[in-house]
Write a protein that binds this ligand. Structure first.
Ligand code: KDG
Ligand code: MG
Length: 408
């Protein structure tokens, strides 16, 4: 069996999805996602200029050897762009392998450990009342877990995952007005004074059963994060996400010394080498890599297995920036992984997205159920794809009140 061709598509409804399609001499094709918010043309170029010419003629069943060929062969290893490109190839090859076996992909991983995978939605509010409405909206839909992000009184702008305007089911989105990012203002003191009380009110309003998650979005210094984590302990959060940027991994030790709040980190990681020390030292509770960003199923499974040895559970990144192909790959890992925790879920559901990526995967009662279609279980409609093209867009950057550039 041989790979005969591979194509790269960029575009989608309100997103610059980067989609890889690998074709074979047996008529079976595989699909993978190489989308990266704000840098989509670069993964597309990596795939088109380097990966595709090196794929032609290879046996698609040798997914491990192909992964090693690209990883070791790049010489300059790792990094988000390269790992995404390898990840797209890897997921497409697993798609082909599972289609050849005429099985849903999860069967090749070891079958189902659960019927459906717990997901969390994003509730967002310009103020606390607006946020409460948004949480209630998701609870009514059957979600058992909700991430809660709230505007901070007195802060001129504070995205950190808060959508603009009011309304129940909005999301923060990439700004498609151009490649120059908007600038937002962040004030740690205002946040630290307000947010613990707001989280306590949310717990009081929604009771003990709702799983409440909160994303600090890398905004705190290690000592501030430790103080915050200690203060929110009585809320019994399901997790506190990205309390500090994980460039400084010792910061997590400081937080651990002061609080038992579960810590989730890793949406910007792209390899096992970014998180092995955090996992081995048991400084985190959830690992947040996305399967596409972390080298596909082959590499994300290694991270998952290492995490399992240390009681770290998965909480794969599922922001709107990932295509349904990444979400499906994660869905298959999630139903298998013995140490599965939760899945962030925002992608599927719009008619335009479903037309581009048709699938039978479904969300029911706060759980993601993978379909039993062979392979990943997601198609790709090339006629639909022809309607879209790349649109320059970017996420904002954050500055402190005095103009100092801060972490987004
Ligand atoms: O591309 C960046 C977004 O995916 C990120 O801001 C979303 O923090 C995020 C999350 O938890 O989904
Ligand atoms: Mg996050």
């Amino acid at each position: 069996m041989k790979i005969t061709d591979a194509k790269v598509f960029v575009g989608g409804p309100g997103k610059n999805y980067v989609t890889l399609k690998i074709m074979t001499d047996q008529g079976i094709y595989g699909l993978g996602d190489a989308t990266i918010n704000g840098r989509e043309t670069l993964t597309a170029a990596y795939l088109r200029d380097y990966i595709v010419p090196n794929l032609i003629g290879k046996d698609p069943r040798n997914s491990e050897d192909i992964w090693q060929f690209f990883y070791r062969g790049a010489y300059f290893r790792r990094g988000p762009l390269a790992m995404l490109a390898f990840g797209a190839v890897d997921v497409a090859l697993w798609d082909i392998k599972a289609k050849l076996a005429n099985m849903p992909l999860y069967q090749l991983l070891g079958g189902k450990s659960r019927e459906g995978a717990l997901v969390y939605a994003h509730a967002t509010g310009s103020d606390l009342e607006d946020l409460m409405d948004s949480i209630a909206f998701y609870v009514e839909q059957g979600y058992k877990a909700v991430r809660v992000q709230c505007g901070i009184p007195g802060m001129p702008s504070a995205s950190y995952g808060v959508a603009e305007g009011k309304g129940k089911n909005r999301n923060y989105i990439t700004d498609f007005s151009g490649i120059i990012p908007k600038e937002e203002i962040w004030d740690t003191d205002l946040y630290m004074r307000y947010m613990p009380g707001a989280l306590a009110e949310i717990r009081a309003r929604f009771g003990p059963d709702l799983k409440i998650l909160h994303d600090v979005h890398h905004r705190l210094l290690p000592r501030e994060a430790a103080e915050f984590a200690k203060e929110v302990e009585p809320v019994r959060l399901y997790w506190l996400e990205d309390p500090t940027p994980a460039d400084d991994q010792d910061a997590l030790r400081l937080i651990r010394q002061h609080s038992t709040v579960p810590i989730a980190i890793g949406e910007v990681f792209n390899s096992i080498w970014d998180c092995n020390k955090l996992i081995e030292n048991e400084l985190i509770d959830f690992i947040r890599v996305a399967v596409s960003h972390a080298g596909g199923i082959t590499h994300a499974r290694r991270i998952t297995d290492l995490a399992g040895l240390h009681n770290v559970r998965t909480g794969f990144h599922g922001a709107p920036s990932h295509s349904p192909l990444c979400m499906a790959a994660q869905g298959h890992l999630n139903v298998w992984a013995p140490n599965f925790g939760i899945q962030e879920y925002l992608v599927l559901g719009t008619p335009e997205c479903d037309a581009l990526f048709p699938s039978e995967h479904r969300l029911e009662n706060g759980l993601f159920h993978v379909s039993d279609a062979p392979g990943l279980g997601v198609g790709f409609n090339e006629e639909e794809a022809a309607r879209y093209s790349y649109e320059p867009g970017s996420l904002p950057v954050a500055r402190l009140q005095d103009g100092t550039l801060w972490n987004y």
